[in-house]
Design a protein around this ligand. Structure first.
Ligand SMILES: [Zn+2]
Length: 175
């Protein structure tokens, strides 16, 4: 994936968090979709999820599973497809982009850094995501720590700013 595309997707996730004034974890993905006038519908489908636009209405269908972390990721992934204008087309690259968007929406690392996260399990619990995804994000967090690359843009600063109360309360209880 080209750098430009990576930045575009990352910024898009941050923009959603800022515009929707998200200020606590776990992110309420259904609320975010509803605020954006996107219907989220549980359906009996063979896929984890599917999104479409019908008469100007954006709709996300998802299959209910007992794995809430996975279901949340599916909905965030489909939101990515809709916001990235992937429409009904799909290919490997677009799947990767939607996954990237979903991960950055559900586990904002700038916020997690402020919480002084020490393990993938902690990310999984706080963000209500699967442990396998939390492990990937924890590895990324560690890498950014080595490079000290947090809040290098105004946009990410705004994301973290909105979480300030949440961060303060969390740190009072945990750190
Ligand atoms: Zn997809």
């Amino acid at each position: 994936m080209e750098r430009q595309q990576y930045f575009k997707i990352r910024n898009l996730a941050w923009e959603v968090l800022v515009k929707q004034k998200v200020n606590a974890l776990p992110i309420n993905i259904i609320q975010i979709c509803n605020n954006m006038k996107i219907s989220v519908i549980k359906a009996n489908i063979n896929l984890d999820g599917y999104s479409t636009i019908r008469r100007n209405e954006k709709i996300i269908y998802y299959r209910h599973t007992n794995n809430i972390g996975r279901t949340r990721f599916t909905i965030a992934h489909e939101l990515g497809h809709l916001l990235l204008n992937h429409y009904n087309l799909t290919n490997k690259e677009k799947e990767k982009e939607a996954n990237m968007f979903a991960a950055r929406l559900l586990t904002p690392l700038g916020v997690l850094q402020e919480l002084n996260i020490k393990s993938a399990e902690e990310i999984s619990n706080i963000c209500n995501v699967s442990l396998s995804m939390a492990k990937i994000r924890y590895a990324r967090l560690e890498m950014l720590r080595q490079r000290n690359k947090f809040q290098t843009s105004k946009l990410e600063q705004s994301v973290v700013h909105n979480f300030q109360n949440y961060i303060t309360n969390y740190n009072k209880e945990h750190n």
